[in-house]
Unconditional design. Structure first.
Length: 240
């Protein structure tokens, strides 16, 4: 058993984060600011990245990962510091529809739809995949579209992921942020909201240092967490 005092931990060994928002708001651009990223593209969105100035290694998946894919990914992890799943909701859809990965009468009805046990199995497999990535000590960024629903007559924004898995993922990651565009001093600025105490937005900040809004940039995020107050303002809750 290895016991350490928290003062001996590195400033930020790795970060596990989920960011969600409307299409086109800049989530993938934010992902490209992470160090040496590999993007697992589940909706073929990477075909336009070059035209948008986004330079990032991409693995496109038209279906859920096979065992061969997982083995190859494991072998390539040493080449990257960050793994991005974009979007996590589409990845979940592909797992749900993969009758090779989740098969048999226990998990599938005769028409191919999932049984109750099948729904539990796809959630288990996705949880295990995310946990595996998290435990590699790489940065992990889960990108999601936004889902809107009513809660006590108020509109609630949450990550768009089939089943209730989004609630479980929130407990598994360090930071959950909702990306949006705000007007600040007459300019439109992209921000990530990680403190939603006054709005119906699912968010989380395990670090306790990020304030209300953060700039969608990895280096900025890292400085905030490490406490470089001279070059950042997010820990004071100011809009960037």
């Amino acid at each position: 058993m290895d016991i350490k005092n928290t003062k001996d931990y590195p400033d930020v060994a790795s970060m596990v984060m989920m960011v969600y928002g409307m299409g086109g708001v800049g989530k993938t651009t934010f992902a490209s600011t992470f160090p040496t990223p590999l993007l697992l593209d589940f909706e073929n969105g990477a075909k336009y990245f070059g035209e948008r100035g986004i330079e990032i290694d991409v693995a496109v998946f038209k279906k859920w990962l096979t065992q061969e894919d997982k083995t190859e990914l494991k072998e390539k992890l040493d080449d990257y510091e960050t793994i991005v799943i974009d979007p996590i909701g589409e990845a979940m859809d592909k797992l749900i529809n993969d009758q090779d990965t989740v098969s048999g009468s226990k998990y599938r009805q005769s028409n191919g739809d999932l049984t109750m046990s099948g729904w539990g199995e796809v959630k288990k497999q996705m949880r295990n995949f995310i946990k595996w990535l998290r435990d590699t000590n790489k940065n992990v960024l889960l990108v999601a579209h936004v889902d809107e629903g009513k809660d006590d007559e108020l509109l609630v924004k949450r990550p768009l992921i089939p089943t209730k898995l989004s609630d479980e993922i929130v407990t598994m990651v360090d930071v959950v942020g909702y990306m949006k565009i705000i007007q600040h001093e007459g300019e439109s600025k992209r921000v990530i909201m990680v403190d939603s105490t006054d709005e119906k937005v699912i968010s989380k900040d395990r670090t306790g240092k990020l304030g209300k809004y953060i700039k969608p940039d990895y280096k900025y995020l890292l400085k905030e967490i490490q406490g470089d107050k001279e070059t950042t303002q997010g820990s004071k809750g100011k809009k960037e």
